[in-house]
Write a protein that binds this ligand. Structure first.
Ligand code: TYM
Length: 325
């Protein structure tokens, strides 16, 4: 039996290059070798208030991005989290074995509760238990994510161990997997912080849905470090290193080759070239995205839900039994 991967993205509107290269880009390779499940984790998105109409649209659009990027919904399971109610049920059971102290350690919780001071809800706090349920429900071996989610995957592993100690060998212990190059793309406006959907300025990120002119404008505005030549030095010149990483990801060229290409040239030349390469990279995805209808997505998600449910129901029978329900 081939090993299984599970991963997901929240349908919160913007899918940026960090999400693409930190997650989807790696899934494209992994789907060839693993039994793969990719979810649109809509329940997770509710930890921040979502406009109902927009949420519904964002779910369809994220599914379209999955398909337009090249995820195969026939070979893999592509589904919406809320279509499989077992996630919530297992999430509750896991809540009941997870120490509060473990949840309090989560960096994302600390950051988000700082950011959304007016809505620090308990869903935001117990979110890693729901994420653990997503992973453990499907006997997942490997969870490919960006760096910011590794801590949650490690907690899922801790929770699985805790549960197994109490009830026997029920869950496989999952491992996180990152792509070192793209695990943490930084904000274009601040290379100290990750590229983020919830950034205050939209100049922080390039969204897959940005049109060519907006991409050019954002890259032109991207902050750079002191110095003028094109040299890859993440410690001394983190802003340029981040842009060079993006250049590498969209062209496949390694840093020495990029340095050679821009020898004698400055930031301006590099940025204009980078903008064109990014535009060229996202255009085919956008074209494909626009060619997919909502009806096609309905049918992909219905099929995915049915297949995911089959696995989830079987696992939950086992879980309820060991718990004594
Ligand atoms: P989310 O929706 O915030 O992000 C989706 C994926 O994008 C990665 N990512 C990045 N990678 C590189 N550079 C960045 N700047 C960057 N920003 C985001 C994230 O690490 C993630 O892989 N809790 C998860 C969703 C989730 C999940 C799961 C993932 C729910 N259940 C089960 C895996 C398994 C989240 O909020 O990701």
């Amino acid at each position: 039996m081939s090993k299984r991967i599970f991963s997901g993205i929240q349908p919160t509107g913007i899918i940026h290059l960090g999400n693409y290269f930190g997650a989807i880009y790696n899934w494209l390779e992994l789907q060839k070798e693993y039994d793969s499940i990719f979810s649109i984790v809509d329940l997770h998105a509710l930890t921040v208030h979502q406009d109902p109409k927009k949420l519904n649209r964002n779910i369809y659009d994220l599914a379209k991005i999955y398909i337009a990027s090249g995820l195969d919904p026939k070979k893999n399971i592509v589904f919406r989290q809320s279509d499989v109610k077992e996630h919530v049920e297992l999430g509750w059971f896991l809540n009941c074995v997870t120490p509060i102290a473990e949840l309090e350690r989560m960096t994302q919780y600390k950051d988000k509760s700082e950011q959304h001071k007016q809505n620090v809800n308990s869903g935001l706090f117990t979110y890693p238990c729901l994420m653990a349920a997503d992973i453990l429900l499907y006997d997942t071996n490997v969870v490919p994510v960006g760096e910011d989610q590794l801590q949650h995957v490690e907690l899922a592993r801790t929770i699985a161990k805790k549960f197994n100690n109490l009830y026997g060998d029920v869950f496989i212990l999952p491992e996180g997997k990152i792509n070192k190059v793209s695990a943490r793309l930084k904000g274009l406006d601040n290379p100290e912080k990750k590229m983020s959907k919830s950034a205050t300025s939209e100049n922080n990120y390039i969204a897959l849905s940005d049109d060519s002119d907006l991409i050019r404008k954002k890259i032109k505005k991207a902050v750079t470090d002191s110095g003028t030549d094109i040299k890859f030095d993440p410690n001394k010149r983190p802003a340029l290193a981040n842009l060079m990483t993006i250049y590498h990801l969209v062209t496949g060229k390694e840093a020495p080759e990029i340095e050679k290409e821009f020898k004698g040239k400055g930031y301006g030349d590099f940025k204009s070239e980078l903008a064109e390469r990014v535009v060229e990279f996202v255009e085919p995805i956008q074209k494909k995205f626009n060619s997919i209808s909502d009806k096609e997505i309905d049918s992909i998600l219905a099929d995915g839900a049915q297949r995911a449910k089959k696995l989830a129901e079987k696992k939950m029978e086992q879980v309820r039994k060991v718990i004594g329900l």
